[in-house]
Design a binder for this molecule. Sequence first.
Ligand code: MN
Length: 330
Amino acid sequence: MYKDLALGEITAEIAGVNKALVLFHARPDADAAGSAFALADLIKDMGGEAYCLCADELPGRLAFLAEGDQESVNASSLPEGFADIARVIAVDSASPSQLGELFGKFKPSLMIDHHGVGERYADGYVDPFSAATGEIIFAIANELKAKSLLPCLKLKTVERIYAAISSDTGGFRFSNTTSATHRAAAELLSYGIDAAEINRRLFESKSPSALRALKLGLEKMKYACDGRVCYVAVTADEIEREKIEKSDCDMFIEAARSAEGVEVAFSVRNAPGDDNCRVSVRTVGSVNAADLCAVFGGGGHARAAGCGICGKDVCLAAEAVLKETERRLP
Ligand SMILES: [Mn+2]
């Protein structure tokens, strides 16, 4: 059994870290990368040394989160021997599988996360009531400051934390946004960050590949259950033909969930050379996305979750998810 640490305890652990490897989940989003680089900042600002690693490189639109610190988040960019002496901390990753190949190479001894479900792999601080891992990192930062272990928060760190929270709440629009989220955001803004610019980068600036993905998603949208369900199934061939980058495939679910009146939106895709279908689910109303995905061995949050389904046929996988969805719709 792994230990649940209280905020004070995880803060003490972080304060005691001298060298750290901060891992974050593959196919990274701004919460994963922003939280990891912000945590690395805290450790460095207390005199330590830290590097952030991910199984995938940061997509171009998230590169600003690593700016000034690391060119690459690939394990091969680590200084020789560093991993042998570093404390390994994973952020925003609910299960070992989310860390991809990194989990086999580096065993985390601490985890910091906000996912309610998953496969626990270390002692740590897991708070499903936090909208983002960034919210937890901010709480740790404030604890460190209160204990005079951290002199101040750098603007860069504040920006990373703000980006993490804004990203996971869809710009403070999703149902995970609480009054605590807004209080954290207000406090972050008081440091003088350019929140509008961060939000523009996160939400309003799409690469040509992302726009092609959105176009393909809109073209392939299908309705079911009298318009209460909308889904998109995209094959590896289509992704390859349209030259869509892996990190832009979340545009498919964005297309499906934008449809009016839809209670359950999902996307199914597979990647070139992948034998599995990846499924993303977003819900409003009574269907719990995490429960739905759990049927297929996945997980996530009540309103946003994902899973993998064996086999290359995206239509078959979509049918399976649709059937399970129909069963759950009241
Ligand atoms: Mn997150």
